[in-house]
Design a protein around this ligand. Structure first.
Ligand SMILES: [Zn+2]
Length: 289
């Protein structure tokens, strides 16, 4: 028992050396990485929780800071923001900070140094902190939720409605459908839920996998975004915003070939805390009952 305790303490100290910490004390994730922002991916996470001090996720160097009071130009979308450089070519960006809350003249910063205060400067609806993490070695924008300490969440994501689309025709899949054998695109309304509120506040899930007759046919993972052929795409699947989103919360899972007979579709969705949801559909092609 004592050995186990020592092992746990050792493990935790190792984790805290390499891991990142939350930039705020009251952690309320109001928006996740990869969510639709109309015509582009949300490239970070949003943290609510009202007015609170903002700290670096790890010690580092101040690379850049923007204070609206400092420049005569109009504030840009990020509002007042700070960019930090950490070990391993990792940069973190803290946006929408309160006017005049950013400490100026600091180069080196430790985890306990306050960077600023949450605000709603720039393109922001209500006070929140937007945090982005970028790996300059691999030129990728990373999902902060894969690097920060785990969020408490017991609610599995929701797989609400699923459709199959051929040409302009869209049909909701009920689970016992009969259609012609054909190639169809599968669309699904999927979202995770905020844990701390009782009303529906949608968040992007972490992973969506589509299986056809027991074989994986498509996978969407919101772990990092890279530039590929001049577009921002999900690193794993190389799919762009338009390849992923039909509209907000409606995902283009992929195309499948419905063969004559019974076709089994399985949609598996995971959130960042590891909660899973699954839905099975059976589509009978070519043999009406
Ligand atoms: Zn944001």
């Amino acid at each position: 028992m004592k050995r186990l305790l020592i092992l746990i303490v050792l493990l935790l100290s190792v984790l805290s050396v390499y891991g990142f910490d939350w930039p705020v004390n009251k952690v309320i994730v109001t928006s996740t990485f990869g969510e639709s922002r109309g015509d582009h991916f949300h490239t970070g996470i949003d943290l609510g929780g009202g007015t609170q001090p903002v700290f670096p996720i790890s010690s580092g160097q101040v690379v850049f800071q923007y204070n609206s009071g400092q420049y005569s130009s109009t504030p840009i979308g990020l509002g007042n923001f700070v960019v930090l450089q950490h070990k391993g070519n990792i940069r973190s960006i803290y946006c929408h900070l309160k006017d005049n809350s950013i400490k100026t003249g600091i180069k080196s910063i430790s985890k306990s140094d306050q960077l600023g205060i949450t605000g709603d400067t720039g393109h922001s609806y209500g006070k929140h902190l937007h945090l982005s993490i970028i790996d300059f070695e691999t030129h990728s924008i990373l999902n902060p939720l894969t690097l920060l300490p785990p969020v408490k969440d017991k609610q599995p994501p929701i797989i609400k409605n699923v459709w199959m689309k051929t040409g302009d025709e869209e049909k909701k899949i009920s689970g016992t459908d009969t259609v012609k054998p054909s190639r169809v695109e599968i669309l699904a309304e999927i979202y995770d839920l905020r844990e701390d509120v009782s009303f529906i506040w949608k968040l992007a899930p972490y992973m969506i996998v589509l299986y056809e007759n027991g074989v994986e046919s498509a996978r969407i993972t919101f772990d990092s975004i890279v530039k590929y052929s001049g577009k921002l795409v999900l690193a794993g699947s190389k799919r762009s915003f338009n390849d992923i989103y039909a509209s907000d919360w409606i995902y283009r899972l992929g195309s499948i070939e419905l063969l004559e007979g019974e076709n089994h579709l399985l949609i598996l969705v995971k959130d960042f805390a590891g909660n899973e949801s699954m839905r099975n559909f059976f589509i009978n092609a070519g043999k009406p009952k």
